[in-house]
Design a protein. Structure first.
Lengths: 261, 261, 261, 261, 261, 261
């Protein structure tokens, strides 16, 4: 099984970090292919960064060898539904994966994320995914994304402190780490805190394997059907659906009108 | 990895049917152990049946070899939170598993279940799991649970008809089959309907593998901590927490006050 | 009118305490029959205790003289819907009764309950009963249920302190005491706090009288219809619906298919 | 116990009809005092009628002998919170009473009301009272309120037809009759339909008795405290809180700042 | 364009204050006509005051020259739906206007209002208007409405302090001032706080102009159709719909049955 | 006042159509500048089209003369929050504008939109904007966006038919036309249907004028602050926040840390 893990930001060291987390949990027989976005922001810390990162995500879905599943490796799940339109393989966001995982092992969780300004993005996702009653609070540490990699930063201490508040003040039963860059911290925090600490990259890898193993593929009826053929102009003319390499060989059979060949 | 699949009803032919679905999708290295409840209803078709089935579910969690994960094989997910209290291994309901799976491959789904009288049980679960915005409708076929196994019944036709209505009237992008006894129908229906059709047993098996693979165990802080030691009386005296065989060896470390030895 | 007040735990002193609260408010002509569960936990402080208490609740509904209404005397309302299936008489939970009562005399309330670990149970009930906009907060005192009876415990002080916080911090207009064992405190707290303090047992008794007085009986159409006849196995074989003594003489007339004789 | 049943419209024949329903269910020792509004609309069939009916409701609360409880006898519950501010006795709306009653005997209900234009009023109440998950649908019959009394009208047939649709299409487990003028139909419809049919007047009377019996009085802390003293001008100058006869003798003790003498 | 700004309380100095705010933002060609209620409370600080203020609001809508739009100048939006029934011109509440405005310039806001006892009124409006996910918190300053005009009061300082808490504790992106009497503070607070501070009167004026400019008029199909003709009794007999001067000349054409001439 | 109306698709004839609708309602003194996206899809009919249209929207916000307000002229409101990050001027989506407008003139509305596959996009917006209780239903006509301009298409008839169903079946009090391309139909449909029919382009123009007239600018505290400075790679390197021309001269003063110069 080939799982393509796409880092929607252009910082390849972060891709490597995610890749490490992914390979640690990948099953025998799962091949993790890493991809770093080639266009867009070096880190994703707001609506603007997120919106501009989608082009790079799309690129990585349509280029290279088709994968059995795709993972979008940023906690904002940028471009998730757009990506689902252009492939029959499952596409997973790491935020949705982590939140769903948390609900299986605790009746409540809190999210510990990076900048205050990204908190609202997580809160929007909590509502989109129906997690309002499970998620106690989204907690921002005000640690910039790329500081997570810096040896001398106080990122670890800030994250631990916020996790402890989540247990004491929110009475959370589990912690969701709200950034792909926190992947390396999960095991240590879990040991320290004594509650499940969910690494979003690991959750996405295992759920991707699970969905492929169930034989599920993205629905091609309704809003996730392949994009309608039409012209695209200007610097995005290559993104016209008819120009995209869309892999459909294993798609679910369906009414001719809803699956474009 | 040892996954124990518990049929909360006492009909062993249904256990076998579930077992078949489970083994079809289980990963190499996953051993599926089947257990049929030894006490309680022959089928679960209401709140009363469901409440009485919990004793048998508890029995199967505390007896025999400890498993790495437990699956409760009835679409009402009976006893789910109680079961989570008495083990550190993940415990999965098949209804929750199927609904979560559906959200990864479609933006909406409908549930097709058995008797009209069980519809409200599914609706309550939809709300508990935060699926109100994903689940378009719960559709009852009025097929009794045990008819699903009978060769001459019109169960298959009734289920197909209701699935087709789900696509036409609800505009559902996927179907969740709302009974463990429908496991054998999923592949055929998916082929016929051209949309993802989620078999709840398969979903639970793959998500159980995924959670174990992530290294997650049930939170023992808060409401899912081991039951407090106390006396149990009468015919349930064996169920006193101090009498249960509780496996804790791999539990998450945690504050002494919240994990009972 | 005969009202059977069932204590789902096996501690008869707590039954007596509830009985006192019940008889204080019962109308002339209402006879309160007390029943202590004969099987299950000595106190109910979690999902597991609650699930195992249902058998004892069922027992008390089907044994002895049929009552005009049944009250389940634990703030988790264990087995409420199962119990409603097996009788045409109204069955009331004390948590639901108290919350409904609070909405008639205040636009907001907070719940003050016992252990932190039971908080989530109350929160689930708040949502099931549609009280999210009325209930400001569920507050745990971390007083064990059986300490409520102990003369030397600091239970009373802890409860008062939490009630005062509910007024100051939550701006609650009323207090719901979230445990049957707190029944004796309601009057004193109301005097002290100057807001309505709802004793859940009293609320259930008066609402039981009210429903019987309205001529209402539990719906036997849909999910609350009598359980379907079927075999029950093992130690629960006596619980097969066909083995239960079900009183139906005063049931609402209805379509033959939905009311089992 | 003195219960004052206020008809917010000025049609005394409808007051009599309500009075009959009230007295049928009132307990021994409960005295039902009837009051017909002296100012405002002859029937209440919209937001405007409802808003203008509040003055008459207020009048009936402050005039005459103080009652132990007040009932506002229109399904829109006009002036409910305003009325609660000016008395320590419980004040009940018939819509809220009926909806709360329904939740005790069925897991779902539909409301059958009069004019299409009043449907939205009921829907707003459903949300205010947290009944969204219990109320399946509000069904309008387009029967004008005062036609309910007319012998030759087809009101009864229209209501029955809509109730039957509620059972067949909504799978409702109970019916709430959404107009005080339908009080006389409840028993017959219940007999005919085989499900609980809730008469809102009867529900309010029994719940009023229940609340008084629990010793509960309207909270005087927060928004339901007595109105602040201030001048009222023009034709409503008599409604200045200082001009009102406010009965406070049995009020809950409370902080001096929140209870006006 | 003639916009009538109605102060539902009888304090004309507050009307003047609102008028100033209104005229500051009114477009060339918009004429602001001020009206002070002639009957009812001197200030509106509770459900009772609010309910009694509706008569004065209705008076001002039906008397004088017909306006192209009406504004109800109290943050509780008293009588909003009743007022909409009796005119085809748009009627705007200042609370709804301010909340809607806030959602265009920030993803979250907090409301800073006057008395603690009015907080629940704002919270009810937040829910009615679907603002639960946008409004972080309603904050009461416990400043009485009429103190807002008093030179020596500490009203300004209390409001500023609460606004600062809204930014620090609620992480609000904007402030909605929850009282018409705070109109004069908005500009200064915005300058001081560095976030949008919405004055509800200004918001209502500009949205009134906008709606008139779009050619929209109040729907006369359904619950906002003109009141049905009927008798009104007693001191409100002049309020019978047939007695009202209802301006319909520019109404949307519609089915004869739903628009009363 | 300069209002820039951006068509996120690249079809300039549709820009002209929108421009006509905009200029019809624009106030004296409002200058409408039209912009057609120079890159991306010819029409927007799905998540993929929408995500790819954001680049073109961003382009039009940062190029040319700074505007006092920006309108994103596609009913999916693509890139709305990203656009708000890069300007202090208000940015309005036409879907949000239309829905907010509808709530001022009716208690309920239905949306009539184009393709079935875009229905879910509208439903997501309904929830994001808190319109669940106001929006009765989203109705798809299955008319492709560009057919709206074609003389011989049956688009008009299909839209009218769906509007009529919205009135009859949904009991909607108003219609929101869910596509910028339907702008020219609003007046005729309103005349025909007798209820408010909201043209989303007109609504956005008038609300843009209103917000500018209130002196409101986009909050620069929290998630809508200017994007953090950072590198952007590849074909999007020009989109690095430091490369963008960001107009801040009229921004709200604020803490130095949250407003980037």
């Amino acid at each position: 099984m080939l799982i393509k893990l796409i880092n929607p930001n252009t910082t390849s060291s972060m891709t490597e970090l995610m890749g490490g987390a992914a390979r640690t949990v990948a099953a025998t027989g799962s091949e993790i292919v890493l991809a770093t976005s080639r266009s867009g922001p070096a880190s994703i810390e707001g609506h603007y960064d997120e919106a501009l990162s989608v082009v790079g995500v799309i690129d990585e879905i349509v280029r290279g060898e088709p994968a059995d599943a795709y993972i979008i490796g940023c906690f904002g799940d940028p471009g998730l539904l757009a990506a689902r339109e252009i492939t029959t393989s499952p596409v997973l966001g790491i935020a949705e994966s982590a939140m769903h995982a948390a609900t299986f092992v605790a009746t409540s969780f809190s999210i510990v994320t990076t900048l205050e300004r990204t908190r609202i993005i997580s809160e929007h996702l909590v509502r989109s995914y129906g997690m309002q009653n499970h998620c106690r609070r989204v907690r921002a540490t005000d640690v910039p994304v790329l500081d997570l990699e810096k040896p001398g930063s106080n990122a670890d201490a800030a994250i631990l402190a916020e996790c402890e508040k989540a247990l004491m003040e929110d009475h959370a039963g589990a912690i969701v780490l709200g950034c792909a860059g926190m992947a390396s911290l999960a095991a240590r925090l879990q040991q320290r805190l004594g509650v499940p600490v969910i690494d979003c990259v690991a959750a996405a890898v295992k759920f991707a394997e699970a969905l492929v193993g169930m034989g599920l593929r993205t629905s091609k009826v309704g809003d996730l059907a392949f994009p309608l053929p039409k012209a695209y102009a200007g610097k995005l003319s290559d993104y016209a659906p008819t120009s995209l390499r869309l892999h459909n060989s294993q798609s679910l059979a369906g009414p001719a009108t809803s699956v474009r060949s």
